[in-house]
Ligand binder design. Structure first.
Ligand code: ZN
Length: 681
């Protein structure tokens, strides 16, 4: 690999950060850290860290020696000055005299000597950075280096590859003992330009930011040069394989933890699919069951677990067999994880067992899935799994992938200081679930997508107005997905649901909301108008419900269909037949789904809303109606028993309540402020 250092960019960084009062050394520290962080061959998602030793003024104005070290939680690629809090160096160096440092004391040390008590906590590798005397210290988990050091003879390979340039530190868990061991190795030969941390990563040192950075690039390039291209022997696979779109919902369903939070309340995960040449080689290997066990570097374990779920290859036309096999292997994974926890639980330091579901799923012939509580988490896991695929394939080409032991891995997986990076699973009620909303560019659809996203779901916003859907998705942020879709067109619906499956792995909730109003006196209306209205206000609901149910059945974890049926479904308005008739049919469509799919855990409910400001009820139309009835606009909009205007937000909250009511199906909920004539019997 090549150095990405550009002298003019480095100067710009010095100028830019200088305006914020940042000294040139720290500005260059930030610049080269970003260079490292932007290359996925070096670090991923919060992995790696860097530091600088310099001086700073404390509150009294006295100049003190400090260590600026990357705080945990920052990504190196986007780090800013606040990501490098200064810590007093003297007391950190004094800690070297201790024989041991408990986790509690380590956590105290991370905060006790910060110059600014409000600053974020420095990395758990802070002490190693402090003990090594170099001014600039860079640390990465470079993939090429991992291929070399996750080997039984890693010490020999390193000596051969790096000569005497790097010291070799045997594996220790990150923290105090590793820091002490690393500095002891350094002191045996203070001329080394860096250190290899066996089964973990690489450090380089320098008197300038550029020197330390370019030594990292030089050493990683040496590691790359030592690797060889040799293809792993592949297992025999069926000649025709099912597609990722067919397989994803089956995988997602098999990995969900059924009834984990009460009867019918499954713990689900979002699934992100990946495939590439390196991934294919990795998942197709004859010995995949052996070499996929273990992490390439210790901090991956909190997101990937110690081993992935390896399912059989999915043959075309045999999806039912694949589903059974996937469920059985997922079940064995859960049992295996519980047994692993039981074997090691005396080392868990009181941390309860994490959920036992797989985080990474390997599908021979197709690729891999990263699972997570959110789209973002699934993406991070998939990135780490992809890096593992690359590092392990290369490790197998030059020797035998040999990761840290099970107990060492367990210690990291249950280390409170490492787990602090994750912040725990969100308590929001729809975490891990995927909701599709149609008509999502309109008032009710947009409000509903927003409310579901706030409740923790990943949302796909479908609308014939793709731009409008994209605007609403942008306003929601995160992984919200906008899809242009004509719900009256079967091909468009199929394509849109495929996109949701590719994006999130499946569907748990459908809010079938798209609709439009047609008018006409029923005895005189042109049949064409009636048919048009039926296409959108009835058949389109059937099309999207059918597509969603197919995915829900593949998942086997139930689901929820929600329909917007309007007051017209039960209480016809004069000349509104073309709108009300298909809506009445959609109300019964909901009941039919509730009846036919209740045994599969799929619920179906409807909202009967009235008089909501939206594309159907525009401000001009409200003005007209109010005038025709001789009331004020406010009077018209709040003309109900409660005397309150009903909003899109109110409808959205009722859809959410229906999605959360796990024992409620075939229900119609009225959201109209009270209208006795439209009340259901
Ligand atoms: Zn590290």
């Amino acid at each position: 690999m090549k150095s990405a250092w550009v002298e003019s960019d480095a100067k710009l960084a010095v100028d830019r950060f200088g305006k914020e009062g940042v000294a040139p050394d720290l500005a260059l520290r930030i610049y080269s850290t970003q260079l490292l962080g932007r290359d996925r061959r070096l670090v991923l998602h919060g992995g790696g860290n860097t530091s600088l030793k310099t001086t700073a003024r404390d509150l009294s104005g006295a100049e003190v020696a400090v260590l600026h070290v990357k705080s945990s939680g920052w990504d190196m690629g986007t780090i800013e000055p606040t990501g490098f809090p200064p810590v007093r160096l003297e007391p950190l160096l004094a800690l070297r005299a201790c024989d041991k440092l408990s986790d509690d004391d380590m956590a105290r040390a991370q905060r006790a000597y910060l110059l600014d008590p409000q600053a974020p906590s420095p990395s758990v590798e802070m002490l190693l950075h402090a003990f090594v005397p170099a001014k600039f210290v860079d640390h990465t988990h470079a993939t090429a280096v991992l291929s070399l050091i996750d080997q039984p003879n890693s010490d020999e390979l390193c000596a051969e590859t790096f000569g005497g340039g790097l010291g070799f530190v045997p594996y220790f868990m990150p923290g105090f003992s590793l820091a002490k061991k690393a500095v002891a190795v350094f002191e045996q030969n203070p001329k080394v330009e860096g250190l290899i941390l066996d089964k973990h990563g690489i450090f380089t040192f320098g008197e300038t930011a550029r020197e330390s950075y370019e030594r990292m690039i030089e050493m990683v390039t040496l590691a790359e040069g030592r690797l060889k291209k040799k293809t792993i022997v592949a297992a025999k696979l069926p000649s025709r394989l099912a597609s990722a779109v067919e397989v994803a919902p089956i995988i997602r369903g098999a990995c969900a933890l059924r009834d984990a939070c009460g009867e019918g309340a499954h713990r689900r995960f979002v699934a992100e699919f990946r495939s590439s040449d390196a991934i294919m080689e990795y998942v197709n290997g004859k010995d995949a069951a052996r070499y996929t066990k273990g992490v390439i570097t210790p901090d991956h374990i909190i997101r990937t677990k110690l081993w992935p779920l390896l399912v059989p290859a999915p043959e075309v036309g045999k999806l039912e067999d694949f589903k059974k096999a996937a469920q059985a292997t997922a079940q064995r994974f859960v049992e295996g994880y519980k047994a692993y926890f039981d074997r090691n639980k005396m080392r868990a330091q009181g941390v309860p067992m994490h959920d036992a579901a797989p985080c990474v799923v390997l599908v021979p012939g197709l690729g891999l899935f990263g699972l997570g509580a959110s789209g973002k988490d699934a993406r991070i896991t998939a990135d780490l799994a992809e890096a593992a695929a690359e590092a392990i394939t290369d490790a197998e080409a030059i020797g035998k992938f040999t990761p840290i032991s099970e107990t060492d891995a367990f210690d990291c997986e249950y280390w409170p200081l490492e787990l602090a990076k994750l912040g725990g699973r969100s308590a929001l009620p729809l975490v891990g679930q995927v909701a599709v909303v149609t008509g999502a560019a309109g008032a009710i659809g947009a409000a509903t997508a927003k409310v579901f996203a706030k409740a923790g779901a990943e949302v796909a916003l479908m609308d014939i107005d793709g731009k409008g859907a994209a605007e609403q998705a942008k306003a929601i942020g995160g992984s919200a997905l906008a899809i242009q879709c004509d719900v009256t067109d079967a091909g468009s619906v199929q394509k849109a649901f495929d996109q949701v499956v590719v994006g999130f792995g499946g569907v748990d909730i459908l809010v079938s909301n798209a609709g439009a109003a047609w008018q006409g006196k029923i005895g005189e209306v042109d049949e064409k108008i009636l048919r048009e209205s039926f296409e959108l206000n009835f058949f389109a609901h059937q099309k999207v419900a059918q597509a969603a149910v197919k995915i829900m059945l593949a998942q086997g974890t139930g689901g929820c269909l929600l329909f917007n049926v309007s007051k017209q479904a039960v209480n016809p308005g004069a000349d509104f037949g073309p709108y009300g008739l298909p809506k009445a049919a959609t109300l019964f469509l909901m009941r039919q789904y509730a009846l036919d799919y209740g045994a599969d855990g799929i619920r179906a409910n409807a909202v009967n809303a009235d008089r909501i400001r939206s594309g159907l009820l525009t401000d001009d139309f409200i003005k007209q109606r109010a005038k025709a009835r001789g009331v004020s606009e406010h009077g018209y909009m709040s003309g109900n028993l409660l005397g309150r205007e009903v909003t899109a937000q109110d409808v959205a909250h009722v859809f959410l309540a229906q999605a959360l009511a796990l024992k409620t199906t075939a229900n119609v909920t009225t959201v109209d402020g009270g209208n006795i004539a439209a009340a259901l019997r």
